[in-house]
Write a protein that binds this ligand. Structure first.
Ligand code: PMP
Length: 459
């Protein structure tokens, strides 16, 4: 189209919002949301919109991402330096670059023992697709060609491409775009607050039995892998019982089924460790990461493969015929290297747990409110599940969570998000104690006005 506006630099905030409505398709777009929140600048845990209004970013750039905070000169420098030197060159075939190699070696060093091989992607979705393909190919090349099924979980979020989207346990992702990836089965989530999933049994006992029955039904010889987040993120920040992953792991191993840990949210310090799965007894064959790897300063994901799997899919005379143009992108890798150094030098990994304690204290009063079912804290990751009835734990309508987040945005200048009926926080790991208190006070104030009918009363 011939538009008078070639660049938006000269337009007002209102103009940008109007152009947005006209031209930009947003992820998860719906016409129900006519407002636009155009964010133009950030520093630490604060961002500014196009109107110049400051808001506290309590969600890590809105997407569990901004580990080291906004506006870091060190990362701007790392990106600029690398772009001047070599912005991009392919990693296909025998080509390589120094930053991709250094980052792969660094990740192997940080990863649990035995995970020494790294494939770079541009996103978490590409990472999970890579993991699914690698798992199937591993079995195929080992002569177990029937092992094609992937086990996912209800409320698991793994991405929006066909592979990652199909293993994602939200029906909205599958509706109207099928056929989706075949040979995917979904298990129940490990969600202790909702005992109704488990028919009166101990949750882990139920879930282990369900897994065993599923394996029996599909046939162990037909299953390639199970995929799961150590802690459900998009499901609403849900940690499993302590014995869940160790026992699930044991069953999978007994049947030759691989385990893929989706750590796109949890890796790089979000819950207080470089890799969350390490402390949860998952012992995965593959770890998928993205987001915090660069704190969002450049798009990048990393899939960590065990030596055993890499040996079969990558170290043979056959091709691992799987490639993305931006795999091992030098500029993204340079940013990641500097970002990992910041996480280490500023002790941000351990700081996550401190942030979690501040939230726990700040939200103590909110946790007792009639409209709040449960406050869940896993390091710098918080979920507040809203209920219509505390006694029965009946979830509140997601629309109430939407309204609460809007109220927090409009009246308290706080950026939070909701996943279903759960309000979620995942702030930059540089957030201060005062900022956490401000966020917790705002949330408490709004939730005090939220009735169990889902309606927010006046100010
Ligand atoms: N896995 C998990 C656990 C995620 O939370 C996400 C994104 N929120 C993804 C995978 C997909 O990552 P991306 O959006 O970068 O494709």
């Amino acid at each position: 189209t011939t538009s008078a506006v070639r660049e938006t630099t000269a337009t007002t905030a209102g103009d940008i919002e109007e152009l947005d409505r006209r031209h930009l398709i947003h992820p998860h777009q719906t016409r129900m949301r006519a407002d636009r929140r155009v964010i133009v600048r950030g520093k630490g845990s604060t961002v500014w919109d196009a109107h110049g209004r400051a808001r506290l970013d309590v969600t890590g750039a809105g997407n569990w991402v901004a580990q080291v905070g906004h506006g870091r000169e060190e990362l701007a420098e790392a990106a600029a330096e690398q772009i001047r030197e070599l912005a991009y060159f392919t990693c296909f075939y025998e080509f390589s670059n120094d930053k991709a190699v250094q980052l792969a070696a660094r990740l192997a060093d940080l990863a649990p023992a035995g995970l020494n091989r790294v494939y770079f992607t541009g996103s978490g979705s590409e990472g999970n697709d890579t993991a699914i393909k690698a798992a199937r190919l591993f079995h195929h090349r080992n002569g177990e060609t029937g092992r094609t099924w992937i086990l996912g979980r209800q409320f698991g979020y793994h991405g929006a491409s066909y592979g990652s989207g199909t293993v994602t346990g939200f029906d909205l992702m599958h509706q109207g775009v099928g056929p989706n990836l075949p040979h995917v089965e979904r298990l129940s989530p490990a969600w202790p607050y909702h005992q109704e999933f488990y028919q009166g049994q101990d949750p882990t006992d139920f879930l282990v039995a369900e897994l065993e029955q599923t394996i029996e039904r599909i046939g162990a010889g037909n299953i390639a892998a199970m995929i799961g987040e150590p802690v459900l993120g998009g499901g609403g920040v849900v940690a499993p019982p302590e014995d869940y992953w160790p026992r699930i792991r044991q069953v999978l191993r007994a049947h030759g089924i691989l385990l893929i840990a989706d750590e796109v949210i949890t890796a790089y310090g979000r819950t207080g460790a470089w890799f969350d799965s390490a402390g949860r007894g998952m012992d995965p064959d593959i770890i998928v990461t993205a987001k915090g790897l660069t704190s969002g300063y450049a798009p990048l994901g990393a899939v960590l493969l065990s030596d055993r799997i890499a040996g079969v899919v990558a170290d043979t005379d056959d091709f691992f015929f799987h490639g993305h143009t931006y795999s091992g992108h030098p500029s993204s890798c340079a940013v990641a290297l500097r970002n990992l150094r910041l996480l280490e030098d500023e002790n941000l990994i351990a700081r996550s747990r401190q942030i979690g304690e501040w939230f726990r204290a700040g939200l103590a009063k909110a946790a007792e409110l009639p409209a709040v079912g449960e406050v869940r804290v896993e390091g710098a990751m918080v979920g507040i599940e809203l209920v219509a009835d505390r006694a029965t734990r009946q979830p509140q309508s997601p629309m109430a969570a939407v309204a609460a987040c809007d109220e927090l945005y409009d009246r308290h200048d706080l950026i939070l998000r909701h996943y279903g009926p759960t309000i979620v926080m995942a702030p930059p790991l540089v957030i201060t104690e005062e900022e956490v208190a401000r966020a917790a006070d705002g949330v408490t104030e709004v939730l005090q006005r939220l009735g169990t009918d889902g309606v927010i009363r006046g100010h």
